[in-house]
Each structure stands twice: as C-alpha cells, then as structure tokens.
Design a protein around this ligand. Structure first.
Ligand code: HEC
Ligand code: HEC
Length: 351
C-alpha cells in the first residue's frame, strides 16, 4: 500500500506544481543571447542568472514594457523609469526621489547597471535577488504607493498584455511573480562594458583615454586604494561596507536589516561605471558632483567611524591627502567610465 500512496502523493505534488502558473515548468520562448565582450567572464565572472527565470527574448521585451509602465503606480503617473533615467545611467538626478503623493524619500535612487553580477540590492542590501527587489517599489508608500492586486487587475484590462505574458511564460496569467520576473530579465540586459576605459584597458587602444586619465588610473589602483573596493572590472566587489562618511552616522544601513552590531552603517559598494552621469552621490545623495566625492576621499574621511572598513585604514586619519593635480587626474579617470552606447542604446529606452 505504501509505495502506491507515495506515488499518488508524488503525482499530486507534481500536478499541484503544474497548476500554479507562476512556477517555472520549463523553457518557454526564445533563449536571449546576451552579447558580452570576451574579457567579461575572465574579469568579473559569469552573470548570476536565476535558474527559475532564464532570459528569453519575449521575457526581456515584456520586462522592458513593464519597466516603463506607469500603471504600476497608484495614480498612473509613475514608472520605474521615472526614478531610473537611462541618460543618467538609470539613476535619478534628484537627491531624493519623490513618490506619487509628493512624499520625499531619504535615500538616493541607485543606478541600474551590470546588476546581473550583484548579490545585494538597495543601499542597505535588504534584497538578494533582482526579482525580490522589483516587488518593493510598487507598494512602497513613498514611491508608487500601489497594491499588487490593483496592478494585476489593471494589466489584465490592457488587451496587449495577455499575449505578451503568454509569449514569455507559456500562459496569459498575469501575476506579481511574473511581472517581477520579466522586469528582472530586462534589468539583467542592462550591461555596460563599452567605455573609453574598456577600450583602453581591455581593447588595447592606447589613445582611448588621455594621459591625465592614465595617471588618474594609476592613482586609483595604487595609492588611492579605490580598487580595493571598487574593483577593476565591474568597479565594485559587491561587498557591504562603511567607507567613513560620518563619525556618527545616522542611517544604520545593513545593521537595520541583519540586527548585527558589526553590520551597522554598512552600505552597498556601488559600481563606478557611468559614475560621471549618476550624480548626486552616496546613499543620501549628499555630494552633488564627483569633485565633492574626491575631496571627501582626499581629506574628509571619518577615520573613527564605527565599523569603518579596514581598506580605509590605509588612508591617513582624514583621507589620502593627494595633490590637486592628482585630484584632477582622478576625476579625469572617473570620466572615462562613461559608456555612451549604454546611455543611448535604443533597446533600453521606452518601447
Ligand atoms: C520614486 C522613485 C523610484 C521608483 C518609482 C522606483 N525606484 Fe528603484 N530605487 C529608488 C531608490 C530611492 C532606491 C534606493 C532605495 C534604498 O536603498 O533604500 C532604489 C533602488 C533600486 C534598485 C537597487 C539597485 C542596487 O544596486 O542595489 C533597483 C534594482 C531598482 N531600484 C529598480 C527599480 C524598479 C524595477 C522599479 C519599478 C518596479 C523601481 N526601481 C522604481 C527609487 C525608485
Ligand atoms: C573601503 C572601501 C572603499 C574604498 C577604498 C573606496 N570606496 Fe568609494 N564607496 C564605497 C562605499 C561602501 C560606497 C557607498 C557609501 C554610502 O553611500 O554609504 C562608496 C561610494 C562611492 C561613490 C559614490 C557612488 C554612488 O553611486 O553614489 C564614488 C564616486 C566613489 N565611492 C569613488 C571612490 C573613489 C574615487 C575611491 C578612491 C579614492 C573610493 N571610492 C574608495 C567603498 C569604498
């Protein structure tokens, strides 16, 4: 009797799963081939694709449409792209984003670039996948202020979506899981590896960046120590850290997520790709321009900030003290990380 029961149970579980249209049951659609320069895998490793949400041409196309879909917000005025603007590296030029009701947040909207290689999302790292991350803005009371049932109903009432969901996921069912999966697929295609720096460093084009930028790069990797955290390749090692912004920090950062004393005041080490166009800077957007950032690292780091990262110990008690010329070279170098193709790629713009 027992084996029969187990078989029945197994069958029930299998069919139970199949009946839930949100659960991935096998490939649907055309596999999406992400074109990456050959050096990327050697330099930063393969992209961390979710096994239950592989990239497909149809999924990415749907995700792009949803990223620009204003019906995600309560009053139909705001899409993801309202705060993540392509020409600004998919960040927000305002210090704090404004929600649909005019409420103002307390953190700067982050750039979306090469996030397929990231394991922490948000400044405080409170999400670990792009799929989970995409759930939050829709219901956030200082952002889109909506509820998922409302979003799902609205998208069901727009005739084109049923076909697009069927093409991407095998059936016309529309739900929050599929919506966030499609958005995450689109976000994984937002890759930027064609800056003047890339053409110089990986492509061997010695004229791609100026001599001042080369000197700035030298400072960046050697005495400047920037490379210890914003590692060459993706210009981040994806580690949560305190880089010494304040002696007595207010925002607890990762500490509020894990509750661990040793995690207080740690924030995501963001990528510096396209950094010249993603102002303002830091989790609270306190620096309006890159010069202010470099001046901070040069002479204003809070050496005794609690949980300050050991990589900051190489600095003197208040920063690197590099010369004005070195400072301007460093800025020149940071400007070579701007990838014009990424900022204007029509495949990433509103469909
Ligand atoms: C009202 C402005 C606003 C809207 C709308 C918005 N975001 Fe954001 N986004 C932010 C802010 C602010 C942060 C940082 C918040 C924090 O760290 O607490 C952020 C962070 C992120 C991150 C984390 C990036 C990283 O490196 O960890 C991703 C990804 C992202 N948003 C995607 C989206 C998507 C997808 C949507 C639409 C579903 C969206 N955002 C809608 C403001 C916005
Ligand atoms: C100890 C690791 C570490 C070192 C060394 C370091 N950084 Fe950072 N950097 C961070 C962290 C962490 C953040 C985010 C901090 C925050 O917002 O609380 C950051 C933020 C930044 C930002 C703003 C990013 C954004 O998206 O707003 C820039 C620009 C930057 N760093 C440049 C540099 C430069 C240039 C150097 C070398 C002079 C350097 N960093 C050295 C860890 C580091």
């Amino acid at each position: 009797m027992r084996p029969v029961l187990w078989t029945l149970l197994a069958v029930a579980v299998l069919f139970g799963c199949r009946k839930d249209p949100s659960v991935y049951t096998g490939p649907v659609g055309t596999p999406y081939v992400l074109e990456l320069p050959s050096w990327v895998v050697d330099s930063i490793g393969p992209m961390l694709e979710a096994t239950d949400n592989p990239l497909t041409v149809e999924g990415v196309a749907l995700g792009r449409k949803l990223f620009y879909e204003k019906e995600l917000s309560d009053d139909g005025t705001m899409s993801c792209a309202t705060c993540h603007v392509q020409s600004h590296g998919f960040s927000d030029p305002r210090q704090f984003s404004v929600g649909t009701d005019g409420s103002i947040g307390d953190r700067n909207a982050m750039a979306i670039v090469n996030l397929g290689w990231s394991r922490h999302f948000f400044w405080d790292g409170r999400r670990t996948t792009l799929e989970d991350q995409a759930h939050d803005p829709v219901t956030n009371p200082i952002e889109m202020r909506n509820t998922w049932p409302v979003v799902e109903d609205r998208l069901r009432s727009i005739p084109t979506y049923a076909d697009l969901f069927a093409a991407a996921f095998g059936s016309p069912q529309i739900d929050s899981i599929r919506i966030t999966q499609a958005i995450a697929q689109f976000e994984r295609t937002l890759v930027s590896f064609n800056s003047p720096f890339d053409r110089y460093w990986y492509g061997g084009d010695t004229n791609a960046i100026s001599q001042a930028a080369k000197d700035g790069l030298d400072l960046y990797t050697r005495r400047g120590n920037c490379d210890r955290c914003h590692t060459i390749g993706n210009f981040t090692d994806d580690v949560m850290r305190n880089n010494g912004l304040d002696l007595a920090p207010e925002d607890p950062g990762l500490g509020a997520v894990t509750g661990l004393t040793s995690d207080y005041y740690k924030f995501k080490t963001t990528s510096l790709r396209n950094i010249a166009v993603t102002a303002p800077y830091m989790h609270d957007g306190r620096f309006a321009d890159l010069l202010s950032v470099v001046q901070f690292y040069r002479s204003h780091t809070a050496h005794n900030s609690p949980n300050i990262d050991t990589a900051m110990h190489n600095f003197s008690t208040s920063g690197y003290s590099f010369s004005l010329e070195e400072q301007s070279n460093l800025l020149e170098f940071l400007n070579t990380l701007t990838d014009e193709e990424f900022l204007t790629n029509p495949a990433f713009s509103a469909p």
